[in-house]
Design a protein around this ligand. Structure first.
Ligand code: NAD
Length: 343
């Protein structure tokens, strides 16, 4: 029945979206949900193995910047809310070619907002339906040795990816102010966990180590990121979508600041325990011996750290999983995938 209230999740075949959908449909087994995803290089339907056979899960392949396709979703289904994960998400690719980032992250968000607004206005439900924009702490720019990003920190994006995400947030806010739409934004720090694309830092460290190849770390390796376990992020998103205040932003951090080289060392220590047989193929004592420093990323932000007091105090969120155990589970998951590929 197409007229059952249905949640529209975009970009749900990617890393965070697929973890979110799996979590959400397990928790709310009655909830109808559409995953609308273009299946770019970053989208994998395999990421949804655990839910693809559920009657409540529906996949539609489409581009959020394609007005016709997006409008069709809104006219064919009773969309009770939107959670927009869909994005071009890799900073290095945005430095090479910003165009796709503007098309998806800015124009695509605009198409979704317009379709939601037009449909909900016609149905007389504009203020009862929520548009939740998934954003990043990278919009705030780069920090020195101290301080954290707050929700009121001015946007200061430093690369085309973060600029496009900042632009999207401004559009989302404008739809809230101008048309009275119920919009909410969440800005999270770097996520880690299963199902992340192989191009990102932690999967790269693991795959290079297991291939016994140099593990590339940009510059001096002292860039700091605040790591958030993806399942803790998903629980925060559920709370914000259901209980966050309209037109507000919520920062989500992990409280786990690590330099990139510290992180690489921790991943290697876990691999030393999980995969001693690979390490012993060559004469190295630890996978750490494979860490090498490469030419720095252009405009590489030095430090990100997120203050998420607002989320903790107003919505009662806190991370469930310690950094250590989240990292162990993550490395274990990739090592398992590695076994499956190489068997
Ligand atoms: P990802 O690259 O793993 O997944 C992105 C998904 O969006 C893919 O499935 C892709 O096919 C889809 N997509 C891309 N362009 C599309 C389009 N035009 N139309 C429809 N679908 C499209 O990204 P991720 O790491 O899961 O990030 C999800 C969201 O969270 C993004 O908005 C990102 O900016 C944000 N975010 C990510 C992190 C992180 O650490 N990964 C941190 C903070 C915020």
């Amino acid at each position: 029945n197409n007229r059952q209230p249905t949640l529209l999740v975009t970009g749900g075949a990617g890393f965070i979206g697929s973890n979110f959908i799996t979590y959400f449909l397990n928790k709310y087994p009655e909830q109808q949900l559409i995953n609308f995803d273009k299946l770019t290089y970053a989208g994998l339907t395999n990421n949804l193995n655990e839910v693809e056979n559920l009657d409540t899960y529906h996949f539609i392949k489409g581009d959020i910047a394609d007005e016709k396709a997006v409008n069709e979703v809104f006219t064919s289904f009773d969309i009770l809310g939107v959670i927009n994960f869909a994005a071009e998400s890799h900073v290095d690719r945005s430095i090479q070619n910003p165009k796709a980032f503007i098309e998806t992250n800015v124009l695509g968000t605009n198409v979704l907002l317009q379709a939601a607004r037009n449909t909900w206005e016609k149905q007389g439900v504009l203020t009862n339906r929520r548009f939740h924009q998934i954003s990043t702490d990278e919009i705030y720019g780069s920090l020195g040795a101290t301080g954290k990003f707050h929700e009121y920190t001015l946007y200061d994006p430093r690369n085309p990816y973060s600029a496009s995400k900042a632009g999207a947030n401004l559009l989302v806010k404008s739809f809230g102010h101008t048309y009275g739409m119920d919009v909410v934004i969440s800005s999270s720090s770097n996520n880690f966990g299963p199902k992340q694309h192989s191009e990102k830092l932690i999967p790269t460290i693991i795959s290079k180590a297991l291939e016994l190849k140099p593990i590339p770390i940009y510059g001096d390796g002292k860039h700091i990121r605040d790591w958030l376990y993806v399942m803790d992020h998903c629980r925060a998103l559920e709370l914000i979508f259901h209980h966050g205040k309209t037109l507000e932003t919520y920062n989500i951090g992990g409280g786990n600041e690590r330099t990139n080289v510290e992180l690489a060392m921790e991943v290697c220590e876990i691999l030393d325990l999980l995969k001693p047989e690979i390490k012993s193929e060559v004469a190295i004592e630890s996978f750490k011996d494979l860490i090498t420093f490469t030419v720095d990323r252009q405009g590489h932000d030095r430090r990100y750290a997120v203050d998420d007091t607002k989320l903790r105090q107003t919505l009662g969120w806190k991370p469930d999983i310690t950094f250590k155990s989240g990292l162990y589970q993550t490395v274990d998951w990739y090592a398992e995938q590695w076994n499956n590929i190489t068997l």
